[in-house]
Design a protein around this ligand. Structure first.
Ligand SMILES: Cc1ncc(COP(=O)(O)O)c(C=O)c1O
Length: 435
């Protein structure tokens, strides 16, 4: 009941939840059984999973090294629960730090080759808590338009001047660096190492050179690069030989490291500052023992002699799936050329994210459904997650997919394409990506 005399809000703050732009579309998709989101996985995160009562080849996870069910990782999570319980009920600052947090920070710093590292409860919080703290309102942050949402959230939270540049356009980055020099504050460039939807990598050599030339600091989000790229699996910066030119390296445990949590690695004075000032670190409960124990065990596997074969396996699988999809006539990305003299002598790379361009949103969900019914799960990215008419099916592989799993998925992709095109007309073909 409102008091007639009291000033009242002109609109109900909940009004936006009714009749919004996407409501009708969502309703139609749900009624037609075409909603590609919120499907329930009823088994462990393996290369083949049970979803809604049937087996599906899992081409929609970020479990790149397949370590979520590795017996050593599972045992480490159990051991951490036995030793420290199910939760810590407090911030890292107060009662939420246990020895595995410190061991993990120490090992991440050694892995990244940085002076220090700190562990956050999620990767999202690592980005928000780093960018929102290290940037101030007078500073400028220059971000790639394809950067992850958590990077944008951190930039907005900081209230620094935000100067975006078009995805991977080095010329546009340089323009923004020139403009930023007159903004009057410090300048930070922040990019994904591997972009989460397209799977392409940032040209970190050129980016780091430009940062040095214009006196800007560089932060790289290695969520999809760490545990995947480089001889040590230390990410895109390692692959491209620019580790010493990246000031801050962010990563997550929710992909190759088979757990949940995030980190930032860099110089000890910067990390120490974040430890006492980062609000998403200080004002939230610390990562639970099972999550930290699992991430530590997974990291130890990556850094052991078993790491390199696992990294090779996931990259080989990515190339096999990409080539297979292209041979079937799908629009997939081309292998990305590496600069001359990249460590290890590789000339190009296919990351574990292999997007299939569809274009039209409805075609993408129809194709998703046909694949799902055929026994393959993939992720669907529709506008606004991708540009208009840029709908794509995001496939991703694990080191533990066998050729049999991938062939099974490719068979389904082949059959579905023939049936789909007979009914709905042609899908974009090879070469359409990036056109
Ligand atoms: C590029 C990128 N950065 C950050 C994150 C956030 O990581 P987390 O899942 O640990 O919150 C993700 C995960 O979705 C990501 O893809």
């Amino acid at each position: 009941m409102t008091d007639a005399a009291a000033p009242t809000a002109p609109v109900d703050v909940f009004a936006k939840v009714r009749g919004h732009e996407r409501e009708e579309q969502l309703k139609m998709a749900r009624e037609a059984g075409l909603l590609p989101y919120f499907h329930v996985q009823e088994s462990a995160a393996l290369p083949v999973v049970v979803m809604e009562g049937a087996e599906r080849v899992q081409l929609g996870s970020n479990n790149y090294l397949g370590l979520t069910s590795d017996p050593r990782v599972v045992a480490a999570a159990h051991a951490a629960i036995d030793a420290y319980g199910t939760g810590l009920t407090g911030s890292r600052l107060l009662n939420g730090t246990i020895p595995p947090h410190l061991e993990l920070e120490h090992e991440i710093a050694a892995w990244m080759g940085t002076e220090d590292a700190m562990v956050f409860t999620t990767g999202h919080q690592a980005n928000v808590g780093t960018l929102g703290t290290i940037l101030s309102p007078g500073d400028t942050v220059i971000a790639d338009s394809g950067d992850h949402a958590s990077i944008l959230d951190g930039c907005l939270l900081s209230r620094a001047n935000l100067r975006p540049f078009r995805h991977n356009r080095i010329g546009k980055l340089e323009q923004q660096l020139q403009r930023a020099a007159n903004d009057g504050g410090g300048v930070l460039v922040v990019v994904d190492g591997v972009f989460s939807m397209e799977g392409d990598i940032a040209p970190l050599r050129e980016i780091s050179e430009l940062c040095a030339k214009h006196g800007a600091r560089l932060m790289v989000d290695e969520a999809h690069g760490a545990g995947v790229l480089g001889a040590r699996g230390a990410g895109t910066a390692e692959l491209l030989g620019v580790e010493d030119r990246v000031d801050l390296r962010m990563g997550t445990f929710s992909k190759s490291l088979a757990s949940c949590g995030g980190f930032i690695a860099g110089a000890s004075d910067v990390v120490d500052y974040l430890r006492i000032s980062s609000r998403s670190f200080l004002f939230t409960a610390s990562g639970v023992p099972a999550a930290v124990g699992a991430a530590l065990a997974a990291l130890r596997i990556v850094r052991s002699d078993e790491g390199p074969p696992l990294l090779r396996a996931v990259l080989d699988n990515a190339r096999y799936l990409r080539d297979g999809l292209e041979a079937l006539g799908y629009a997939v990305v081309q292998p990305q050329a590496l600069p001359e003299g990249a460590p290890g002598g590789a000339t190009d790379v296919v990351t574990p994210i292999v997007p299939v361009l569809v274009g039209d949103d409805w075609k993408a969900v129809l194709l998703w459904r046909a694949l799902f019914d055929g026994g393959v799960f993939v992720n669907t990215a529709l506008h606004p997650a991708v540009p208009p008419s840029g709908a794509l099916l995001r496939t991703s592989v694990m080191a533990t997919h066998t050729r049999e799993h991938l062939d099974r998925a490719l068979d389904v992709f082949g059959r579905v394409k023939r049936e789909f095109e007979a009914e709905h007309g042609p899908l974009p073909g090879p070469g359409a990506h990036g056109a």
